[in-house]
Design a protein around this ligand. Sequence first.
Ligand SMILES: Cc1cc2nc3c(=O)[nH]c(=O)nc-3n(C[C@H](O)[C@H](O)[C@H](O)COP(=O)(O)O)c2cc1C
Length: 204
Amino acid sequence: MTSVQDAILQRSSTSKYQPDYVIEPETLAQLVHLAAHSPSAYNLQNWRFIAVTAPEAKSLLREAAYGQPQVEAASATFIVCGQLAAHKALEQRLGESVSAGIIPQSIADSWVKAASQSHEGNAQLQRDEAIRSASLAAMSLMLAAEELGLATGAMGGFDGEQLKRHFPLNEEDLPVMLITIGKAAEGNWAQKARRPLDEILTLI
Ligand SMILES: Cc1cc2nc3c(=O)[nH]c(=O)nc-3n(C[C@H](O)[C@H](O)[C@H](O)COP(=O)(O)O)c2cc1C
């Protein structure tokens, strides 16, 4: 079993895939199941995933991704969306944790109130939160894929308006990232070098 540390250190952004490799829908569903265990503010769970596997859909997605070929070569590409206005569904989403005795009703009520007050009419916060949540879920998905021996690549190079035209995204769905997934072919780069710790860590 790959440890989380191994997955973090071994993964790399893959752009060359074995085009005939098929990932079963159950595996795609399992990866989304795991991604959805990521944390989100107030447990908003403000994310949505569209897994694109059909050849015609891949071709449309490639166009929306400025022609990047990995979208067609990968077994699937997830369109990872963050959802705006998720505070409106929070009461219902927290209900399950209250019923299970994980959090008290009083906390759920206070979170619903706080989220409504801060998010209602605040497009900037809704967008920030959508990007935060979708990004955390995207990373969970990529690490879970690594454990299964699958390669992934995060992509921000796409035209969101074009995506909205061709895929079932609604007004609340903000496309945050594409994640290609499949079996790596020959010729991918290893993980690139990272900046030294003393440049990025401040211990106070
Ligand atoms: C938010 C984001 C957007 C990215 N967009 C693209 C993209 O559109 N096309 C692409 O080929 N790679 C894209 N990448 C991959 C980056 O180039 C890659 O993660 C970076 O070079 C580090 O690579 P490594 O993790 O393999 O070391 C993106 C990565 C992230 C996290």
